[in-house]
Design a protein around this ligand. Structure first.
Ligand SMILES: [Zn+2]
Length: 408
């Protein structure tokens, strides 16, 4: 009787596991931490990618084409940041095209393909890893993803960095998220798969630096890796190009973490993952693990030159937003938001900045404001740098978004 019960229990367990689909909640490899970031690319992606590269930290971005405004599909700077991340071994994965999953299977597939097209156009690779918006994926959705060979990634630590309202202020949010992390790091688990959002300034500038520099996890022997690596999935990060049939190493002229070394000896692997022999390939940013390199100038120099050459008017704003951390940055970054929005309609930025405040709609999402939501509905309210309406100095002073409410 006892053994019969056991068999019964076992088959039930097996059924439950099967019908649960293919959600992956945790890493497999020992001493790994997979930092994952949803909802980008956005304002902070470029700065964040540079930071992670500087720190030699790998992570995974679950990105979309059209979600927060301005949309990833429309902004070259965001796409360049995705490419840089990809070429430096940061994993780019899908988070749907518009942050939603259609219950209609063919619609769902269409939107996934659209997002994969977007990611391939930006990075050169199609993702195999996927995270559902808010982690919601019902049985049909799970089955479909399995059929289309996507790996469905959840998390085992939620920093709740998305819940600013629950904490009341950004300062408190950082404290609360760090406390969540401290608690789970104290559990001394084999590995961690951590949910965060690259769209939150405090995540990029405060929570992640705490994890990397202050949590003590690095010192305890943990490594920051991509989800693919923490699962021990060595070459499944992206789909191999169907035409070249087989490994992505066949990509002629390409090199780097996703391609491997340059085939010819003496060739250098450039910072953007191309093989060549000129100083563009062998100089600053050259990836010595994947080919030959000349020892020359620092990386910093090149980054700044690139910044200035790529944009004209806004280059000064951009520089300040990526380097300084002071309150003045916030002001300038919010100006950037509005001017990007307005330049779409007319070419002269100066003219439209003034008129833009008139055109901005009132927010319909309770308590929220900013480029994604609109202006605070009640007069006398300020729109904080994090996009919340309020009247205290936290909302009305440094970083206050004057286009979406009062500022003092
Ligand atoms: Zn999301």
């Amino acid at each position: 009787m006892k053994s019969l019960n056991f068999t019964y229990l076992f088959s039930i367990l097996a059924l439950v596991t099967l019908s649960r689909g293919k959600f992956i909640y945790s890493c497999k490899e020992k001493n790994t931490i997979a930092l994952t970031f949803d909802d980008g690319p956005h304002y902070y992606t470029k700065e964040f990618v540079d930071y992670l590269i500087k720190k030699n930290v790998k992570a995974t971005f679950f990105q979309l084409g059209r979600f927060h405004y301005p949309h990833g599909i429309d902004v070259k700077e965001y796409q360049d940041a995705m490419k840089k991340a990809h070429d430096n071994g940061i994993q780019i994965a899908s988070h749907t095209y518009e942050h939603k999953i259609s219950s209609d299977k063919s619609e769902f597939k269409k939107s996934l393909t659209k997002n994969d097209d977007f990611i391939e156009k930006a990075t050169g690779d199609r993702p195999r890893y996927f995270r559902a918006p808010k982690g919601h994926c019902d049985n049909d959705c799970q089955k479909a993803l399995d059929e289309w060979d996507y790996k469905l990634i959840q998390w085992d630590v939620d920093t709740k960095d998305w819940d600013l309202e629950g904490s009341g202020s950004a300062k408190q949010r950082v404290k609360d998220s760090i406390n969540i992390l401290k608690k789970s790091f104290n559990e001394k688990r084999d590995n961690y798969l951590i949910l965060m959002h690259e769209t939150e300034e405090y995540t990029v500038r405060e929570i992640v630096p705490w994890i990397i520099d202050e949590s003590g996890m690095k010192e305890k022997g943990y490594r920051f890796v991509t989800v693919a690596e923490c699962l021990g999935d060595k070459d499944g990060m992206y789909r191999s190009h169907s035409s070249s049939g087989g490994t992505s190493h066949n990509n002629s002229g390409r090199c780097g973490p996703s391609y491997g070394s340059c085939p010819k000896s003496g060739e250098c692997c450039s910072k953007y993952g191309y093989c060549g022999t000129s100083s563009e390939y062998c100089g600053s940013g050259c990836q010595s693990e994947f080919g030959h390199c000349n020892k020359t100038t620092t990386t910093k120099k090149i980054t700044t030159t690139k910044k200035t050459s790529s944009t004209k008017k806004s280059s000064s704003t951009k520089k300040s937003s990526s380097t300084k951390k002071s309150s003045s940055t916030k002001k300038s970054s919010s100006t950037k938001k509005r001017s990007t929005k307005t330049t779409k309609k007319t070419t002269t930025t100066k003219k439209t900045t003034k008129t833009s405040s008139k055109k901005i709609a009132t927010s319909t999402v309770s308590g929220r404001c900013g480029p994604d939501y609109g202006a605070c509905p009640k007069s006398g309210y300020c729109c904080s740098k994090y996009g919340y309406c309020g009247t205290s100095s936290e909302y009305c002073k440094s970083g206050c978004q004057s286009g979406y409410g009062l500022c003092k």
